[in-house]
Design a protein around this ligand. Sequence first.
Ligand code: FEO
Length: 177
Amino acid sequence: MISENMEKALNHQIALEGYASQYYLAMASWCDREGMEGAAAFLHNQSEEEREHMLKIFHYLSEVDGFPITPGLEQPPIEFESVQEVFRLVYEHEKKVTASINKLLGICYAENDYTTLQFLQWYVEEQREEENQARTILDKIKLIGEGGQSLYYIDKELKKILAAAMAAEADAGAEEA
Ligand code: FEO
């Protein structure tokens, strides 16, 4: 049985992950329109991952006799200045998600809720990876610059990063099976 306070905090996290999914989808659409198909594919994949993050908490809440709340769809920004701005915003959003996960961990300790604490370990690791990935991409974009040819290289680079991430996921899936 989960406390009311923890249930509320986990529902807040569900909404945050759901919003991230919408936000990254809007970014994918913008990148696609700007002819950056590697960036668009990367962000589509991120958007799907965020939906999975949301659902993971959703199912957990049901499992522990809580009531997961389906968040409303909030319109995210749909126009961006540049691909650098897109990834700066991704990085900022990931930092916000990490801060929120840390807050949840604080509630776990305050309430001696070690079941939720254990459940959240996966998110701690995931956030470390996602923040690191967003920061690395942002650093690369800053280094390469954003002229016409640079955008081409950034886009190619993002295709490579996505392919590597998907291969790593497939490996992890094979190990689990
Ligand atoms: Fe699920 Fe990227 O936070």
